[in-house]
Design a protein around this ligand. Sequence first.
Ligand code: 5AD
Ligand code: SF4
Length: 461
Amino acid sequence: MKQKRIHIVTMGCQMNVYDSEQMLRHLASLNYRPTSQLGSADLIVVNTCSIREKAEHKVYSFLGRLARMKRLKPDLMIGVAGCVAQQEGHRLIERAPHVDIVFGTFAVGRLPSLIAQAEAQERPVVDIGPRGDSEPLCIPEPVSETERGTAFVTIMQGCDNFCTYCVVPYVRGREVSRDHKEILRETRLLVESGVVEVTLIGQNVNAYGEKNGHGCDFPTLLGHVNEIQGLRRMRFTTSHPKDLSDQLIEAFGRLDKLVPHIHLPVQSGSDRVLKRMNRGYSRDFYLKKVEKLRQVRPDISITSDIIVGFPGEETVDFENTLDLVREVGFDSLFMFKYSDRPNVPAVRFSNKVPDAVIGERFTILFGLQSGFTLKKNRALIGTIQRVLVDGHSKKTPDQLMGRTPCNRVVNFPVDGDRVVGVGQMLPVEIVGAFSHSLLGQPVAGVKEEGAGETGGMSHAA
Ligand code: 5AD
Ligand code: SF4
């Protein structure tokens, strides 16, 4: 079979990153190999995100660029996957007639047959159908050895929470948990192929197993993953505060491979807004969870998401959010301007906040959090962090880049004669701190540390 090249552009969240990896796994049997060069690809897949309007615009502007490429190279096949594909279906072909395959979030496993269909017929192929009964989260084995030390493992898909602003339940469907034996098998295979860190992913991992977990809840699953030999770190994302159980909080004190980091989206610090968002918890409930987490794991890094300008958000609500941000002192924060999405309940809510007000509030929140982020980063100066090497630094390519247990980016130089590879875990002393990254210096003469010792940090002197 002739070898072909595929280039995947992945937008959006880690679910898409994972799905893109699945596409590569599925297409290995059709002799497709990945290429990092857009120009040398026979098939380009855009894996899209529709969480906010801006993300959707990005998809169409990129597709415009691909239209020009296709005029010069008519054999080029273009596929659109992910949440915009699922949401738009045939409408996407109307807006972008040069697209050959539109396949939604449940059709990733059908990609090989969709390609065959597109090759055999003149018309574009659209598949936004449900997952087949016989293929609930059917995931093929990893392709050969991975090139990174870290990998995502899906443990559940979809979401049943229906926050009033969010498209996810519509484009990713109802919550389905994967069989824990499958998750463990995949993780072991990844570890055998060189992976040392896994991130267990799902829209709401805390609810893992609630509906069909095959007799295993999330803290139990973490316990099983923790026992996999050769694995050195595990993370998970995303957590919903309402489902953060005491058992899960205790897991941070009990499981040696679980990193001291949790991403716990709060969305707002106002009870009134939280209610209108249908989040299912109060500000006080959230603060108590934070307190418990810090009791169990005082060095835990807590990050969050906040939406600014949700319909009906008044000055006092926003001040409550600022107040919560001050009280928690997040290690970092993802801030979003509220964006109307098709068909979600909030589209019909009255009292939309004007763009100019959203902009002002965003700037204020951003300023407040920047101070905290920098302060938290600076507090790490002088500590030794076990850094998992991920590749070359983006800004300074002669330096390496890695991540601390808390998931902070560290850039650091290496001596010319020292061989450091991707996936290696290295003790690095933090010597500088910025808003988005740390600067480090590998600690000479300290042996790389063994499995199960990845969570903590220690002072250099
Ligand atoms: N507008 C703005 N932000 C949104 N998010 C989800 N939906 C919207 C929306 N309609 C944010 C939430 C979520 C993160 C992934 O994206 O904060 O946690
Ligand atoms: Fe969207 Fe809410 Fe589900 Fe998160 S929990 S994916 S914000 S509906």
